[in-house]
Design a protein around this ligand. Sequence first.
Ligand SMILES: Nc1nc2c(ncn2[C@@H]2O[C@H](COP(=O)(O)OP(=O)(O)OP(=O)(O)O)[C@@H](O)[C@H]2O)c(=O)[nH]1
Ligand SMILES: [Mg+2]
Length: 308
Amino acid sequence: MSSDSWSDRLLGGLRKTQERLADNLAGLTGGTRLTGEQLDDIEDALIASDLGPRAAARIRERLAAGRFESGLDEAALRGSVATEIEAILRTVAKPLDIVAFPRPQVILVIGVNGSGKTTTIAKLAHLFQEQDYSVMLAAGDTFRAAAIGQLRVWADRLGVPIVSGAEGGDPASIVFDAVKQATAAGTDVLIVDTAGRLQNKRELMDELAKVRRVLGRLNPAAPHDVVLVLDATNGQNALQQIDVFREVAGVTGLVMTKLDGTARGGVLVAAAEQYGLPIHAIGVGEKIDDLRPFDPALVARVIAGDVS
Ligand SMILES: Nc1nc2c(ncn2[C@@H]2O[C@H](COP(=O)(O)OP(=O)(O)OP(=O)(O)O)[C@@H](O)[C@H]2O)c(=O)[nH]1
Ligand SMILES: [Mg+2]
């Protein structure tokens, strides 16, 4: 698989986001400096493209300080916006590194229903396999049988072991078994699926707290990562989920999925600016290799339409 095919998928996936921003920024031309009115228009355009008020204000400020030596046109503006988006993304684009000692590194994957947790787990497992790490999965979403079945299908396809229990079973005991097995087998990475569909915040908090307690008993450093999976199509609601899950689960990093087919990809920039949490990978499709860590310069240029 070449990196070119990933950039093509990225480009294809983020096309709607790019078009939205291009439409919103269209028609701005002028001299070497932007006028106050133009800066207002740009800030509005960035907010309308889901980059959020903070990133929009920061980019506005940077553009106000800059000069367009050969005059402002759409291409020059796209280039400048790309540079500023890159600066925001660069601080958070961090692959999920496998560094835990002793092994396994335990990665708890959380998020609301349908955000893409289970698919993301499969994609992450595939990424780790590509790096020659051994992987085990734990079916901690016992809320419905189909969820366990879905993870098992992925495990079989990837050829990785899975620890699961019965529907309605206790996730904490499954996680306990999984950590024991992964430790005994010397597995590098244990990825734990969780349910997002609990009745309310309190129930979710209790369940995740219990899973953490049990993990900590076997390995005080676990979970090493608590990765919140966000669905980019949710736009600004995805950001509210960061607030909730940070409170209930101590999120250590994010994965943003479904950046394909939405015009709301600017939310990636909003999340980066507003939370500063590591963004480990982005998803641009349903296939196993449609998720990767990202190059901030490339993603910024794609979003801003600064690509030839
Ligand atoms: N287009 C697109 N679809 C995705 C992406 N990631 C996941 N999906 C799809 O989103 C749907 C939900 O994904 P799941 O992985 O089942 O989500 P989940 O969070 O585990 O859902 P529950 O277990 O029901 O809470 C599936 O149809 C996936 O194929 C992505 O990056 N792009
Ligand atoms: Mg699931």
